[in-house]
Write a protein that binds this ligand. Structure first.
Ligand code: PFF
Length: 462
């Protein structure tokens, strides 16, 4: 693809697969369970649902509209609509967020590659969760090994992005998303049916049903403003919102696509996969008596344990980690695409060069993230190491802030008729919820996000 001609998604399913491919990734299978585990389970899930429906979905629709209407990258899209206002800075912040997210995302995706390798060599065989947890910690404490995988993953991401939209992104997601869904469902069934874990002395040490209770029975006494901010950040992160990814993908969508429907389908699929990942993980967490608050290592410790309880465990483990890597890849290419589209189109360099430059910068940032689990672990800012800062600042600060600005932009700076026309494909589609949508992006979403922010920095409340 040259910087002057823009590619398009070729089919409706291709659009959904690519946008869902961006949304579904480590955010659903790695981040959601550990965030839910640290934030009390059910109550976190309720807040997460709430934010997806009331804020995430309308912002996703807004991003699609901005992208398709302008047919431009995340920065130029703002410039085209408001040429003499500084709104393009929202796009620039998005590009910066994409760099930050991909830096730590590439590290975790590198971990999944290591787990593919471990699955091939049958290294989990006979290991209990304590041994699995120790194995995970030893692995990330090693300064070199995770780096090798991270760099390899970033190279893979760059290769797909160089392949362009139709050949690279669309083909990959179309085939593999449905298979991933299927595997997670099978894992969920196995996890829930683990039942009671009885030790040699005949005592019950854990029960899988407690995991379902943890996930689906909200205990609101655990909710404080940090939990609310985490749920908001997770909603944005998981739906790939607030930083121009969906604007960029929207710019590749054809004029006859029903953007509302696409957004609803993507948000539904994304949420479904996060919940199914929770159903696969928490029953096993309680069965094995692992702490749900274990943090970023949670899925790496628990999932290989489930597979050992399955017939054909070797194949399931391998298939799962390969697909998790692919899910990470379809998200990482969308993250990289934001920077590449911007650099290629604004700096007028060709896509291949832009991809190489952007990948190199992000890989270097990622190396710092990876090393913060070992030799740089004492380098801290605001009490967090480099990895945690990248994660916190990007998902809990920049994405909600970007989302708030995008909502305000779509609600107040795009002419209402233009907005309606773009969303209804020139008055062809009936828009039953337009009034509500318009009200949310003008008032509810910006105010709600502002309130969460003000509370979390202590400017509201006690
Ligand atoms: N939504 C992806 C996930 O859940 O893994 C991560 C992500 C991709 C976040 C693209 C933001 C983004 F723009």
């Amino acid at each position: 693809m040259k910087s002057t001609t823009r590619d398009n998604f070729s089919s409706k399913f291709g659009v959904i697969a690519a946008a869902a491919g961006s949304a579904v990734g480590l955010g659903n299978i790695w981040k959601f369970p550990y965030e839910a585990g640290q934030n009390g389970g059910g109550a976190f899930l309720v807040l997460y649902f709430f934010f997806i429906i009331t804020i995430g979905l309308p912002i996703m629709i807004s991003e699609f509209v901005i992208g398709r209407k302008t047919n431009a990258n995340a920065v130029r899209a703002f410039k085209k609509i408001t040429p003499d206002k500084p709104w393009y800075l929202t796009g620039i912040m998005g590009v910066a967020a994409s760099f930050m997210i991909l830096s730590f995302y590439g590290v975790v995706a590198g971990w999944t590659l290591e787990y593919v390798y471990l699955a091939i060599t049958n290294a989990f065989k006979g290991q209990d969760p304590a041994a699995l947890s120790e194995g995970f910690n030893n692995f990330i404490s090693d300064p070199v090994r995770p780096l090798v995988w991270q760099v390899l993953f970033m190279v893979l991401t760059a290769i797909v992005v160089i392949g362009g939209i139709k050949n690279g992104i669309e083909k990959l997601t179309k085939i593999l998303m449905p298979v991933l869904l299927l595997i997670i469902i099978v894992m969920g069934v196995r996890s829930v049916t683990l039942g009671a874990n009885i030790n040699a002395a005949g005592e019950v040490v854990g029960h899988s049903f407690d995991g379902l209770k943890f996930l689906f029975k909200p205990d609101f006494s655990k909710v404080d403003i940090d939990v609310v901010l985490d749920a908001l950040g997770q909603a944005f992160f998981s739906l790939s919102l607030g930083m121009g990814t969906i604007i960029t993908y929207g710019s590749y969508i054809r004029k006859n696509n029903n953007l509302n429907k696409t957004a609803v389908e993507v948000a539904f699929l994304d949420t479904l996969i996060a919940v199914l990942a929770g159903v696969a993980i928490f029953p096993a967490v309680f069965y094995f008596n692992v702490a749900p608050t274990e943090g970023p290592g949670l899925v790496f410790t628990v999932l290989p344990g489930i597979f050992q309880k399955m017939i054909g465990g070797y194949i399931w483990t391998l298939a799962f980690f390969i697909l998790l890597t692919v899910a990470a890849l379809t998200s990482s290419i969308s993250l990289l695409e934001v920077g590449v589209a911007y650099f290629a189109e604004e700096l007028k360099i060709n896509r291949v060069k832009a991809t190489i430059v952007v990948t190199a910068i992000i890989t270097v940032l990622g190396i710092a993230c990876s090393l913060s689990n070992n030799i740089l672990k004492d380098v801290k800012l605001f009490g967090r190491n480099i990895f945690d800062n990248m994660e916190f600042l990007s998902s809990n600060v920049m994405l909600p802030l970007g989302g708030m600005l995008i909502a305000i932009f779509a609600g107040w700076y795009i002419n209402k008729t233009d907005l309606y026309n773009e969303l209804s494909n020139g008055n062809v589609l009936k828009l039953r919820f337009f009034k509500m949508f318009y009200f949310i992006i003008r008032f509810i979403a910006p105010v709600a996000i502002a309130i969460v922010f003000l509370y979390s920095v202590g400017l509201l409340g006690e």
